[in-house]
Design a protein around this ligand. Sequence first.
Ligand code: HEM
Length: 486
Amino acid sequence: MDPVCVTIGFATLVIVCMVYRRYTGISLADVPGPESPSFIMGEDHKRQRKVLSPGFGAPESKAFLPLFKRCAESVGTKVTSYSLNAHQQRGHPQMSNKWVDLITNSGVESAVINIPAWLSRAALDAIGEAAFDVPFGCIDNNESALSRAYSNMLTDIFGSPSSGQILFQEISKYIPYRILQFFGETSKSPRILRVRDIANLATSVTKQMVKDKAGMLFQGKGSRDVFSLLVNANMDTDAKAKLTEEELLGQMRTLLIAGHETTSTTIGWALLELAKHPKIQSRLREEIRAAEAVMHARGDTEFTITDFDAMPYATAFIKEVLRFYPVAYSVYRCASQDDILPLSQPITTRFGKVIHELPVPKGTRIVASIAAYNQIKDLWGEDAHVFNPERWLNGTATEKKATPVGVYSNLMTFLGGVRGCIGWRFALIEMQVFLTEIVGKFEFALTEKAKRIRREACMVMTPTVEGEVEKGVQLPLRVSLAPRTD
Ligand code: HEM
């Protein structure tokens, strides 16, 4: 079916459809926990979303800019615009500083770095501090329990399922939930064991954080992290709408997962495109350098959101990365009621009938492809299948769409409607900060393995190497220090 058909009326679908709890089997729900917003439906979802929203507004997300910068860059960054707590003021070696060490110790002025292994930990540190005000220290210690638990998590659990596993997922919808739950709790399958380990660790980490947080908030010491805002919003909510402790834990576990793997993987794909396209890389770096010069001229040492907004090429590049690599490539829904979906363009069925609307009977399971929508030629131009940031500058992608969708730039990457990504601003700022920091400092080139990178569908679109899929997430790029003329 033409992708247009899949996506027409997408926004309507999002509103009328519910997350189909068991579509992907029990394992998915068990990672963030059944009480997480991703798996809650209807009124409960509305209630949870209302309490969570104050933590993700534009000012709240912007306030994390210095923190993201610190997680991306080197020791002892001077934090200016956001008053960090004692943990956060403590400078510790961060990602790009460690890369400089690897390059200088290599003896050949460049090093092959497996990018996701670093970005995932840096993003985990960022979400730890931004969402919970807790320094996880994953960049410093890749042997920490959290680093180990999340390393290769998605490929281990969802990557390359066997025929038997696909069959099981399919028939699981006919198995009563309690039996599935029992299976989840007792199975010795390596994938289910992995889910149980992560779920247990996430529960114990989040429980401890809730305990610490409750104590601090009780003493009036809460800060501006998302969880403090969440707990405060929950306190102000009337009794009926309040979240239970289980729900609070579910929220935190969801943020841990939704908030780091998505953003770090997107940044990884961005670096791959830069390695593939040296001209795009140079142009982006030139714009970063020019913006640095402006920033230094006014006596600042850090970019502000206004600086990022004044970088048209960087903005176009990030939009193109989000279009070309929507890491959450599909969403899964089940119609909660009969509906009829109007089509903006008629389609011809297999039997030659031209139809202008699609009937969607209650119970229909829908896999809506975000990746397909983001490459519709009618919307993005004839070269929609090509990575080309220029489309955002020359008008192909910037024209006002007849049916605007999504929360950002008509892209479906963060979805839209009542279940759209709550963390999209947060993700965008994190990407701006990480990319300007690392592209300003480092140059990226392809390695032989990077020429064999494939998109692995494991809930998040992750990079693996063709012929080495069993090794999990890999994106080895050759990294050297970017030349400076100033
Ligand atoms: C590039 C980065 C990201 C992408 C592409 C992305 C994409 C998405 C998508 C497509 C959904 C809808 C999933 C569905 O309904 O099946 C979603 C939901 C969600 N995202 Fe994101 N996300 C990103 C980053 C983040 C970050 C940084 C956070 C938090 C700090 C976050 C928190 C959430 C939450 C809590 C939900 C569930 C919302 C709800 O059901 O009400 N995401 N995201």
